[in-house]
Design a protein around this ligand. Structure first.
Ligand SMILES: C[S@@+](CC[C@H](N)C(=O)[O-])C[C@H]1O[C@@H](n2cnc3c(N)ncnc32)[C@H](O)[C@@H]1O
Length: 286
């Protein structure tokens, strides 16, 4: 009964989402149509049979990690609270923490729905070079690498500041059979420049770490000149704090950002130098 009420409650939201997705799909450019297809696929949650094989493997790893009580010592570089005034000066120094793998996985890894969205984006846009800021235990990286494997091309460079997490993630990638992920250890502030210079042009970037206003805008500005003519950027936690909301507004206003979709938790931008009109969408697919 409760389930039915919850389902019925979601109907108007779903109708609004589908209406906005249709509006996006009616745009003349290929990127908007592709993005609409991805969002519809995510909303209906219909993985193909080959995608299901990978999803089952990664979700089984997630379950294993979620229940792990093994301790890991890490430098925490993430924003620890959405109140930016208390974390801003601490973030670049990091904070030593001892947590169980289960705690890290449950709190930091992207849940299934958003990981599936990343998989669908890569399957649809077929990027050659993908970048991730924030590997953590490698759950989102695994989804992205699985999509690249299914595309039979492309590679992912994933950046992580906490060495202990990076090493664990590398072990999981090996276990899952991924040979298309490179993990770069170090603060984004120290590693991003070199990674961009070595790997440009970048077709896709997922920014999922250091969720604060200035750093987020800074990473966006730093990545922008290294992007290919048509690229997809995804920012996590765009509504998490006032600072992240401001960061998202600043990013949206950039001339080269042609399509912006605000999914509440996650923001997607399409950079397309051949498109002259800018489009903004707010779609609730949760
Ligand atoms: C939310 S977690 C990433 C989760 C991962 N993308 C997933 O869904 O599986 C953010 C990660 O970014 C790392 N991080 C945050 N700020 C960083 C910085 N300035 N430099 C390097 N790593 C950072 C943290 O150590 C953490 O592991």
């Amino acid at each position: 009964m409760f389930r039915l009420i919850r389902k019925l409650y979601k109907v108007p939201r779903r109708i609004c989402a589908l209406r906005e997705i249709s509006r996006l799909s009616r745009q003349p450019d290929a990127a908007s149509k592709s993005l609409a297809k991805v969002l519809r696929g995510t909303l209906h949650n219909r993985p193909t049979s080959e995608e299901k094989v990978w999803i089952e493997k990664i979700e089984s790893l997630r379950n294993e990690l979620n229940s792990s009580s093994e301790k890991v010592t890490l430098m925490d570089y993430g924003a620890l609270s959405s109140d930016e005034s208390c974390v801003e000066p601490k973030t670049s120094e990091g904070k030593v923490k001892i947590e169980t793998i289960g705690e890290v996985c449950r709190t930091a890894s992207k849940p299934y729905k958003w990981s599936f969205l990343l998989l669908k984006l890569i399957r649809e846009f077929k990027p050659s070079v993908c970048l991730e800021l924030g590997t953590c235990l490698g759950i989102s990286a695994s989804y992205q690498a699985a999509a690249l494997k299914l595309n039979h091309s492309g590679r992912l460079v994933s950046l992580e500041g906490a060495e202990s997490l990076a090493r664990l993630a590398e072990g999981y990638f090996k276990k899952l059979g991924f040979d298309n992920i490179e993990v770069v250890v170090g603060l984004f502030q120290n590693t991003l420049k070199d990674v961009l210079e070595k790997n440009a042009p970048i077709d896709y970037a997922f920014v999922d770490g250091h969720h604060q206003e200035e750093p987020t805008i800074g990473y966006f500005r730093q990545i922008l000149p290294f992007l290919s003519d048509r690229a997809v950027l995804i920012f996590d936690d765009i509504s998490w704090s006032d600072g992240m909301k401001r960061a998202w507004s600043t990013i949206k206003a950039y001339e080269s950002v042609k399509v912006c979709v605000d999914l509440s938790y996650v923001g997607i931008c399409i950079i397309d130098n051949s498109k002259d009109r800018k489009e903004n969408y707010k779609i609730d697919i949760s």
